[in-house]
Write a protein that binds this ligand. Structure first.
Ligand code: HEC
Ligand code: HEC
Length: 209
């Protein structure tokens, strides 16, 4: 029997609508399952150091709130493969799958941190200058060109705003000494040109951003 064209169009439209609805529903169901899994992992171990809201319980542990999902997943993978060395983190990621790493990244990416005033405004002022202009006398590039005007970064560029000053300073030193070398090419060139005072100042500025 030949189906009238009018009917077949309607029929196809209904089938498409159903397919789209099923696809949308299953995507959101997957996203929800991933979020629940991330919440469970974070609540089971990560919160001990990184805090329940990604705010971190001590300056020794970097803040994860608002950090980009892809960057977080990349670092977790690097801790697992051992290319980024951290005794604390190696143990934490040993059993995580790539999907769980990305889910954890998305979980922390949604969190926000309140703005805190820098403890030393003069130092932060010097840091602001370096962040936005670099140091043309020694060749330090302006951080803003990669990490963004509000230091919010992008998928593969870490957010630096509102991170603990001591963590930022420590990472700059590790990039310089090539002790952080999972992806060191760019940041080694930046850090090797910086004086200890410049590192200290830029970190102070970013912590209050
Ligand atoms: C015992 C404390 C501890 C626990 C628990 C812990 N971490 Fe960490 N984490 C650290 C330390 C310390 C560092 C900094 C390592 C370094 O100096 O390079 C870190 C770094 C990180 C970083 C890199 C951040 C950045 O800005 O580059 C991510 C991402 C991270 N942790 C995620 C997690 C996740 C997800 C969990 C749970 C599965 C977790 N951590 C559990 C101590 C911990
Ligand atoms: C040409 C681009 C570029 C410039 C300029 C740049 N950065 Fe970066 N920075 C990166 C990239 C890329 C990474 C991430 C490396 C990785 O994926 O492991 C990074 C990582 C970092 C981290 C580690 C953050 C964390 O959460 O562990 C710090 C701290 C940092 N940069 C500070 C600075 C400062 C301060 C300046 C300016 C003096 C600067 N960067 C200039 C590209 C840049």
């Amino acid at each position: 029997m030949k189906i009238p064209t009018f009917f077949s169009y309607r029929c196809r439209a209904v089938v498409w609508a159903l397919l789209c609805w099923t696809a949308a529903w299953s995507t959101s169901a997957w996203a929800q399952a991933d979020d629940a899994r991330a919440k469970k992992i974070a609540g089971g171990s990560c919160f001990l150091c990184h805090g329940a809201q990604g705010e971190s319980t001590s300056e020794v542990f970097p803040r994860l709130a608002g950090q980009h999902a892809e960057y977080v997943a990349k670092q977790l993978q690097a801790f697992k493969s051992g290319t980024r060395k951290s005794t604390a983190m190696a143990e934490m990621v040993a059993k995580l799958s790539p999907d769980e790493m990305l889910a954890l990244g998305k979980y922390y990416e949604k969190m926000t941190l309140p703005k805190e005033e820098p403890k030393d405004p003069q130092l932060a002022g010097m840091g602001a200058y370096i962040y936005h202009n670099g140091n043309k006398f020694s060749g330090v590039p302006a951080c803003v060109s990669c990490h963004g005007v509000t230091a919010e970064g992008a998928a593969h560029l870490p957010r630096l705003g509102r991170q603990f000053a001591s963590y930022i300073e420590h990472q700059l030193k590790m990039f310089n000494k090539r002790e952080r070398n999972n992806d060191n090419a760019v940041m080694h060139v930046v850090a090797e040109k910086m004086t200890p005072l410049e590192m200290h100042a830029v970190a102070e500025y970013l912590s209050g951003k």
